[in-house]
Design a protein around this ligand. Structure first.
Ligand code: ZN
Ligand code: ZN
Ligand code: FE
Length: 749
């Protein structure tokens, strides 16, 4: 029989996901000889055997790849047969600089879950069970290549039984770096005021504490969570009070899909998202509210168990729906270090369930929803980080620092844009430290020197991320906030040369002219740059940042220049005194800024519709307004005329105020406003008829607005699905724009 040979190179996320043992088992099935090994670019295979067997092998490599593998490219060329009869796995060598993306953390697989609850299995109820198809990756890696000594499992030598599995190419745990068992691995410890227990008893104790209504700090995959019974309003009230989190929605973890179905409305796409390996928090419409969990919100964030610990808690008597929220105070980064957690959560948690396996870096839960029928990531973190989100033409390394709100960073290395996990709000010192740490951390994983990188950052001179850019390197590039938003949408499609209309709508971003932008329209491409061709009519904004917390303060600015308004301090508006004080600031031109923010226009209309109190989390008034609008029948939109590139909110706000004064239901007014905004944005998009419309910015988290825009623009509308639409996606847009500006710079030089 004629033997031929093939050399196959596979790039993508193919290390630490069981790819080598998979190739090994496949080669045995087809009777091939040769070897498989990791190298700095991915996996390399040399295989020889009968031609048809080799062809079948190559097809199966792609078709049946391990669930966590993400194949970016596969290249195969003919090689020379060396007469190899056996097929072996070569150990990895730590030689050249790694460019291999490390896998994200993966939810517990079905095979491991079956063992977890099999009393005959030696890992029965072992909370750190995992295999090559599942388990922690990014959250335990300290360096590459991905091998046990370079993970947080380095301190637990394998027992003989684990070692046999690790060394057996036919075993599901062959080279599963974090494997462990009751005999050799870490355990959980339960601590409260009165006692201390280690092992299975710790998990049972935590489950009982949850059932009793306690707030328990749980160490998970990427950090600590605070947990309590989602149906216990007293526990939730205690958690809110201790955590200084008045109204911001909490996420809920449920025991199984059936419980999720009873709490929220799910379609097939949402079910698939819930069960996906990344196991994000999925936002879906609540069937009946859980009191105190997501006040005044029609959506509820739900997730399924993703760590063995979670499954064990539910099996040990924890309530079937538990609040699971990042353990921190207010908006600080999630706690992941045991000592930090004990110190910072002491006044919040009644008890601690501390896992002995260290966490290498904090990785928050991701958030996603099904938007216009498409799974859409709103916060890219656990299960997604540090995946490659897009590719740009190869060039020198770039670090993109994102913005100060919802900060996340990106690295461009070898043409791959790698996005970090969610970091947080850089107004907090702990988050600024976390941002700098994440830069150092990713640079060390990918073996690049920050000082040798081009550093892209937001153009805001006062941003902490801008200051960090200057500390990291002398080569920096300021990228205007809203152009970065638009570029992030284009990057996801890798349509860098395509000329598009960009709609960037959010609450705040530093504009070219130093004013606060947020209702912007651009034309251009990532490769050539974007020109601003339109925007919301500008308005005065009294008090700067405080205006983002008080809708009536934004209203004082937007309504200031309008004539014929009813008395807004009288019913039905009843604006509080803050409104009059803010008007005074505008009239005297004290601490008043200029803005084109569409986010603040939403706040203004929310105030006119009845949201006159302080917001306790970002975007609250706009969400409140969207939910009012959803409850209304379909109505005509208010006028929102476009002239000389300016969308004039004057006639729009006059209509809103007049109709509210005349007693029209707030839901209908809110609906007519949403229709007007969709019409207005469509007229901006039609400044360049026929071009794709790349839309990004926090305003587009509004699902109703997206539906109305889709109805008007059809397939022209490009919304991001992998990159967050909020400021969490800025880093990706900055990275893409920086990559092309570096190319232009090279060509000119
Ligand atoms: Zn598994
Ligand atoms: Zn063991
Ligand atoms: Fe923004």
């Amino acid at each position: 029989m004629l033997r031929v040979a093939r050399v196959i190179r596979i790039r993508g996320t193919v290390q630490g996901v069981g790819f080598r043992p998979f190739a090994y088992r496949l080669a045995h099935r087809y009777g091939l000889g040769g070897w498989v090994g990791n190298d700095e670019a991915g996996v390399e295979i040399h295989a020889e055997g009968a031609e048809e067997d080799l062809a079948a092998f190559e097809r199966a490599l792609v078709a049946h790849a391990p669930p966590a593998a993400q194949i970016a490219a596969i290249e195969a060329v003919d090689g020379r047969p060396a007469g190899l009869a056996a097929f072996v796995i070569r150990p990895s060598d730590a030689g050249q600089a790694p460019t291999v993306p490390i896998s994200p953390d993966i939810a517990t697989c079905q095979a491991c879950l079956a063992e977890l609850f099999d009393p005959g299995d030696r890992r029965y109820r072992y909370p750190y069970i995992n295999c090559t198809d599942c388990g922690p990756r990014y959250s335990i890696v300290r360096g590459l290549p991905y091998d046990r000594p370079r993970t947080t499992m380095a301190g637990w030598p394998m027992c003989a039984a684990c070692r046999r599995e690790y060394d057996d190419p036919a075993n599901r745990r062959f080279h599963a770096q974090p494997i462990a068992c009751h005999a050799c691995g870490p355990a959980y410890v339960f601590e409260d005021a009165s006692w201390h227990v280690r092992g299975d008893g710790a998990i049972v104790a935590a489950a009982r504490a949850l059932a009793r209504g306690a707030v328990v700090a749980l160490k998970g995959i990427g950090g600590y969570h605070l947990a309590c019974d989602a149906r216990d309003r007293h526990a939730i009230a205690a958690l809110r009070e201790r955590k200084f989190r008045k109204e911001r929605p909490f996420a809920v973890m449920v025991r199984e899909l059936a419980i999720a179905e009873s709490l929220v409305v799910l379609d097939d796409a949402a079910r698939a998202l819930l069960r996906s390996q990344a196991r994000p928090i999925v936002l879906a419409r609540a069937r009946s509210p859980l009191p105190g969990v997501a006040p005044d919100n029609v959506e509820l964030g739900i997730m399924l168990p993703y760590a063995p610990l979670h499954s064990l808690l539910f099996a040990s008597g924890a309530p079937d729906a538990i609040v699971l929220t990042s353990a921190n105070r207010s908006s600080e980064p999630i706690a992941y270090d045991d000592d930090d957690a004990r110190a910072s959560l002491a006044g919040i948690a009644d008890a601690f369930l501390v896992g002995e396996r260290p966490i290498a870096r904090r990785v928050d839960d991701s958030i996603a929803r099904v938007s216009l029928g498409t799974p859409t990531v709103l916060r890219r973190s656990r299960g997604f980080a540090p995946q490659v989100v897009a590719r740009v033409p190869e060039g020198p390394p770039i670090i993109a620092l994102g913005g100060d709100l919802k900060n996340a960073i990106a690295l461009v290395i070898g043409g791959a844009i790698v996005a970090s996990q969610h970091i947080g709000d850089l107004a907090y010192a702990a988050a600024r430290d976390a941002c700098a740490t994440t830069v150092r951390d990713l640079c060390s994983i990918y073996a690049i020197d920050p000082a040798a990188c081009l550093i892209a950052h937001d153009a805001h001179v006062g941003y902490a991320s801008t200051a960090l850019a200057a500390e990291l390197s002398t080569r920096t590039l300021a990228v205007q906030h809203h152009r970065a938003h638009v570029a992030s949408v284009v990057a996801e499609r890798e349509a860098y040369a395509t000329v598009v209309v960009g709609l960037a709508c959010d609450g705040t971003g530093y504009g070219d002219d130093g004013t606060i932008w947020g209702g912007e329209c651009f034309a251009g491409s990532v490769a050539r740059g974007f020109d601003r061709i339109g925007h919301l009519r500008s308005a005065p904004l009294p008090g700067g940042d405080a205006a983002a917390r008080y809708p009536v303060q934004a209203a004082a600015g937007f309504l200031f220049e309008l004539d014929g308004l009813p008395d807004l301090e009288a019913e039905p508006f009843a604006f509080p005194p803050r409104y009059r004080l803010a008007r005074e600031l505008v009239r005297r031109d004290v601490r008043s800024f200029t803005t084109t923010s569409l986010g603040r226009l939403f706040d203004t209309v929310a105030a006119l519709c009845g949201f006159t109190r302080e917001m306790t989390f970002e975007g609250q008034a706009a969400m409140w307004l969207e939910h009012r609008a959803r409850s209304s029948r379909e109505v005509e939109g208010y006028p929102f005329p476009l002239a000389r590139g300016e969308l004039d909110y004057g006639p729009l706000l006059q209509s809103v105020a007049a109709e509210r004064a005349a007693g029209r239901a707030p839901g209908e007014v809110a609906r007519a406003f949403h229709v007007a905004v969709a019409d207005g944005l469509t007229s901006l998009a039609n400044l360049r008829p026929g071009l794709p419309v790349a839309a990004s910015g926090g305003v587009f988290q509004n699902a109703l607005l997206c539906e109305l825009l889709r109805a008007r623009l059809g397939e022209r509308l490009w919304l991001p699905t992998r990159v967050p639409v909020s400021d969490g996606g800025l880093c990706v847009g900055q990275a893409a724009l920086a990559a092309f500006s570096a190319r232009r710079g090279q060509k000119e030089a």
